[in-house]
Design a protein. Structure first.
Length: 599
């Protein structure tokens, strides 16, 4: 058997040589490229063959870019794993015409033999007729075609996997699930897409933590929601103090009625009172003396929880139990899971679980909360997580933010960032010390640097008091006590306006960090960038300093295609300006321009 003379290599998108699927969302066009080489001077043709789950193969042409590189794209219109491959062949008709034309250009006149070959190839007709029919003939004659193998995959999810504005709250501070229902219309009016709840399950009493993480609780202390499991049940139950299954159903219905959806925390750990410790002791790691180890991440200690032994002999039982818990909440209307500390569980488990859940609920979105090393963060994204927490919470200087977004750009084929300026665990020193200007700056950055962002309850009120100097923990943290919450605070108008701008501009939510252009400002305190998609362009300039006014010149490069001069509207203030290549900018502490423009 003769060896194939066409070689197909360097195919994109391909994550780790095809070990993992690339990512896309429904409605996207997936850009494809490949290097296709054959000995000799023959003209090559190529297509990308693609199919959606359980669909038939379709194909789109690839265009020769020069230097043996071919490129094209195909659209994806359904969730699930789409497969694609490259097919290439010699276009004999185009090859004959090319050789003929080169000989004519070289002054050769005796072409009788070549014309006879052309007649055998094209049939009767003139050179002009052959030239007109060549494209169709070249696409139909695929003798000796070669296909890339194995087929590569694109994991296609719904748009929420890429874009959304999240709001996190502890339902026990809002009157339980029924009380949360009452605040849904306000959250929807503010422009939030996802309501995220920490664990809503029963809380253990053994080793329960007291207020401000005290190791000895006082009578009446409610404990941490992450100490899951008690006499009332485990991961499959709702804390009686929060409500019932009917209350959860009412919350899901209210969210859907307002165009929102529910995210639930998935924390795979158990309090000492969790039913699984009695029913399945083999799922937990024991010391030689038979005692159970509680969770630790020195210097932090979590005496109120125990981790699973992921090397248990009953691996199938443990994995299936977790899968069944997730499916139970999916059936109850939960469409999004924020996964707690996924980097401390086996990556093969996540790869398996996400596939298993999406078999029955393909719309499910998984957010990875993994403040860990880049290799593990990206590995979890490759394994199937729709979105990822990032280091944004700790990045405040201009060079840090540029470096961070450049990481997003490098990872854009498989990792989607979700930026949070605060969480129940993290109150950064910038927010502690910078006052309202710091909160405004970080909000605008989070909402415009990436397509997904979120804030934890209290951000709108600029809550900034740590439990002690040097700590990132909140004083009187909701993790350990009940607060009386209402949706109020000085940042609510800004939050509403920022979310309105996100919904009005596809450039802010539909493209991702890889379509971001940095703009020079001639000031280390001013960060400027453009997000663009089609004709839609948004220019953002932010004063990173919460303490002082700064000025500079925002340079708009010609490649943005805005011309000179061009009109802009500041989306935050409504003011109109005429901009050009160089634009004077003066911003107060923490203030920003979000300039709306069009090509």
């Amino acid at each position: 058997m003769a060896a194939e003379r066409i070689t197909i290599s360097d195919i994109t998108p391909s994550v780790d040589c095809g070990r993992w699927p690339a990512k896309a969302c429904v409605g996207d066009r997936v850009d494809v490229a490949a290097t296709i080489v054959r000995d000799g001077h023959e003209a090559l043709r190529a297509v990308v063959r693609h199919r959606k789950p359980r669909g038939r193969w379709r194909e789109e042409p690839l265009t020769a870019l020069g230097n043996d590189r071919f490129a094209g794209s195909f659209s994806v219109d359904a969730v699930g794993r789409h497969r694609f491959e490259i097919e290439a062949w010699v276009d004999r008709h185009a090859s004959w015409l090319d050789e003929h034309d080169r000989k004519v250009a070289a002054g050769q006149t005796d072409l009788a033999g070549e014309l006879a070959e052309g007649g055998a190839l094209f049939g009767a007709g003139t050179i002009e007729e052959w030239r007109a029919s060549a494209p169709a003939l070249g696409g139909g004659d695929r003798r000796g075609a070669v296909r890339s193998a194995p087929a590569l995959e694109v994991d296609v999810e719904r748009e929420r996997a890429r874009a959304g504005a999240w709001y996190e709250l502890f339902p026990r501070s809002w009157g339980g699930l029924a009380g949360v229902v009452d605040v849904v219309p306000e959250l929807a009016e503010l422009g939030f897409d996802v309501l995220y709840l920490p664990p809503i399950h029963p809380i253990g009493r053994t080793n329960r933590k007291g207020r401000n993480n005290a190791e000895r609780p006082e009578p009446g202390d409610v404990g941490s929601p992450w100490a899951i499991g008690g006499a009332e049940g485990g991961h499959d139950a709702i804390h009686p103090g929060l409500g019932t299954e009917a209350d959860l159903a009412a919350l899901v219905a209210a969210l859907r009625a307002h165009g929102m959806e529910l995210a639930l925390d998935l924390a795979l750990q158990c309090s000492p009172d969790h039913p699984w410790l009695r029913e399945h002791p083999e799922w937990f790691e024991h010391r030689p003396d038979g005692t159970l180890k509680y969770a630790e991440n020195p210097p932090k200690r979590y005496q109120d929880i125990h981790n699973f032994d992921w090397d248990t002999r009953d691996r199938a039982g443990l994995w299936n139990a977790v899968r069944d818990v997730v499916l139970l909440w999916c059936d109850a209307g939960v469409t999004v899971f924020r996964v707690d500390n996924p980097h401390t569980k086996p990556v093969p488990f996540w790869e398996w679980l996400i596939v298993e859940v999406r078999k029955r609920h393909p719309e499910t979105v998984f957010l990875s909360e993994a403040f860990t090393r880049p290799a593990m963060m990206t590995l979890l994204a490759k394994a199937g997580f729709s979105q990822s927490y990032t280091y944004f919470t700790w990045k405040n200087a201009r060079y840090e933010l540029v470096e961070l977004v450049e990481q997003f750009r490098a990872w854009s084929g498989y990792l989607r960032p979700n930026l949070w300026p605060n969480t129940p665990d993290i109150l950064h020193a910038t927010l502690q010390q910078g006052g309202r200007p710091a909160f405004e700056c970080r909000l605008v950055l989070a909402a415009t640097l990436a397509s997904s962002y979120g804030i934890y309850s209290g951000y709108e009120a600029c809550e900034s008091v740590p439990v002690r100097p040097g700590s990132e923990e909140y004083l009187d943290s909701e993790k350990y006590e009940v607060r009386e919450r209402r949706l109020e605070g000085p940042l609510l108008p800004l939050i509403r306006r920022v979310n309105e701008l996100r919904r009005a501009h596809p450039a802010l939510t539909g493209a991702g960090a890889d379509r971001l252009t940095w703009l020079e400002t001639e000031s280390e305190h001013l960060l400027a960038f453009a997000r663009s998609l089609g004709d839609d362009v948004v220019l953002v300039v932010c004063n990173l300093d919460p303490y002082a006014v700064h000025e500079g010149v925002c340079v708009v490069p010609p490649e943005l295609g805005l011309g000179e001069p061009f009109g802009v509207v500041d989306g935050l203030t409504g003011e109109t300006h005429e901009w050009g290549a160089r634009n004077y900018v003066r911003l107060g502490p923490g203030k920003a321009h979000v300039m709306e423009a069009r090509r």
